[in-house]
Design a protein around this ligand. Structure first.
Ligand code: ZN
Length: 281
């Protein structure tokens, strides 16, 4: 009886996080380390790519590329212990339409999300920008019962968080929450390593750096770790110290940071610690 009650309680209280990216690799870049830590803490995590990523390559496109990238996303999910969905919208052609907004609302409701992650709506890439807009547009509508009545509305609005970016206008990213990734950085690299078509082919090609990509699988991962992590800026360091205390916050080498969106639920410090059990108390 006790264990059944505990299981029931566990099901009721298990936290649920859903992350949106425009392409199958975007969520990984911004949140794979946090996903690994959440999973270790028993939190259910799902990544959603809003497009199929079907033009993100220099020698292949369309259905074969979409199929390859979906396989890479599923491999990343397997390595992280999460779920990964790819929505059937075309890469490079995403618009903030009612149709796609409703796809996003359905995903958030069906996942019964406590936390929703998304890009900010200012970005060089139109798909990233509109993914940010689409998730903002869903932020209130997820609780409205007669919008998409066949998928029950949430009774509690989730907390919406933005991924870190470097764009300064109209306002720079604010690292309200910073997660220390030192224990899981290799796991994050493993997730990125799943996206072979991107990190070892397309992105180096776009940057004119194809020759820099190591051939050896082990060297590739250390190259990823070097080139896909960034130095900690003072505002991120201050956030790490706020959440982890001086000793751990000063020592952290790898991180992911998030900004609390003004829409959706507004968490206080205690609620942030509940939603991010890896921060400790
Ligand atoms: Zn992208």
């Amino acid at each position: 009886m006790l264990s059944a009650a505990a299981t029931l309680l566990g099901q009721e209280t298990k936290l649920r996080v859903i992350a949106f990216g425009a392409h199958p690799d975007d969520c990984d870049i911004r949140a794979a380390g946090s996903a690994a830590l959440w999973t270790q803490a028993g939190v259910a995590v799902k990544f959603v790519s809003v497009t199929m990523g079907d033009v993100g390559h220099q020698t292949m496109y369309g259905e074969p590329l979409a199929h390859r990238r979906e396989g890479e996303a599923k491999e990343s999910a397997r390595r992280l212990g999460i779920e990964y969905d790819v929505l059937h919208n075309h890469d490079g052609r995403l618009l903030p339409t009612l149709d796609v907004r409703e796809q996003i609302i359905r995903e958030i409701r069906q996942w019964n999300a406590d936390v929703v992650l998304a890009p900010r709506p200012n970005d060089y890439h139109p798909d990233h920008r509109y993914t940010g807009v689409l998730v903002q547009d869903a932020a209130y509508m997820v609780v409205v019962p007669y919008l998409i009545p066949e998928v029950p509305a949430l009774r509690k609005n989730p907390v919406f968080l933005y991924y870190e970016d470097n764009f300064q206008r109209p306002n720079p990213f604010r690292p309200d929450i910073a997660v220390d990734l030192d224990d899981v950085i290799d796991k994050k690299v493993e997730a990125l390593d799943s996206h072979v078509s991107q990190f070892y082919e397309w992105l180096p090609w776009v940057d004119g750096k194809s020759a820099d990509v190591p051939k050896d699988p082990v060297q590739r991962k250390s190259w990823l770790k070097q080139t896909r992590t960034r130095a900690i800026k003072p505002d991120v360091r201050a956030s790490l110290i706020k959440w982890y205390g001086a000793q751990k916050g000063e020592a952290a080498k790898y991180y992911e940071a998030f900004e609390i969106c003004e829409y959706g639920a507004r968490p206080d410090e205690a609620r942030v610690r509940q939603l991010f059990p890896m921060l400790g108390n």
